[in-house]
Ligand binder design. Structure first.
Ligand SMILES: [Zn+2]
Length: 62
């Protein structure tokens, strides 16, 4: 899907493949974001994979 609501984005994948939660993402990173770099909250709810932020190390929750 090409359209995302900001409040449906749980985390983003930044350069280098790091996963960054929305709280840790910089404005610059949000501006450079592509559809492939988005981890939606619905993915966290349906997937049995657990994601952690590479910056604050907190678990990323939906
Ligand atoms: Zn974080």
């Amino acid at each position: 899907m090409g359209v995302y609501k900001l409040d449906e984005i749980a985390a983003i994948i930044v350069e280098g493949g790091n996963i960054v939660c929305i709280d840790c993402a910089t404005d610059e990173e949000m501006n450079a974001l592509t559809a492939e770099g988005i981890i939606e909250k619905s993915v966290l709810e349906n997937d049995d994979t657990i994601y952690f932020c590479d910056r604050c190390k907190k678990r990323i929750l939906a």
